[in-house]
Ligand binder design. Sequence first.
Ligand code: SF4
Length: 176
Amino acid sequence: MSSSCPMVTSILEENSKVGEGCKIINPYAGCSHGCVYCFAYRRALKYSHFWWGAEFKVLNYSDWRNARPIGNAVELVEKELNETQDGIKSILLSSITDAYQPLERELELTRTILEILTEHRIPYLIATKSDLVLRDLDLISKGQGVVQFSITCEPGYQAKEFWEPYSSSIEQRIKP
Ligand code: SF4
């Protein structure tokens, strides 16, 4: 995967599986969590050049884990919300990445998007495997945000270490 940031033509995506009026924002291309079962990684091997342009073709697992920020994400979120806000009931972050990549710690790209959603009073759901989301509780606790953590477990077996080797530990996800 290229080391520069992909630029996309639109950022608010629709998917019938998430319900009418719900849009999806994927602020990063790729996902450093590198879950073994990841459907997005498998689809990216075929379609990454459609999703993020020819320079970001994902060739292998290492490319996939080298997650990059979408370079024009903030600009497009503002533009597209101003154009289409009336029909938007909620936003999901995210479907083909985790909005809390390690780079997010310094870039604050997802945080900036949450600030915009808060200004527009649009409810959002964050599905993440990173405890970095705790950094943004001040925004999320304003009442429009919900955080969803999934936990992978299998009795007598280190399932998380096998299936989700690079995401936050189970303990980090459920700590008070
Ligand atoms: S967190 Fe989600 S997008 Fe990221 S590797 Fe795991 S399953 Fe794929």
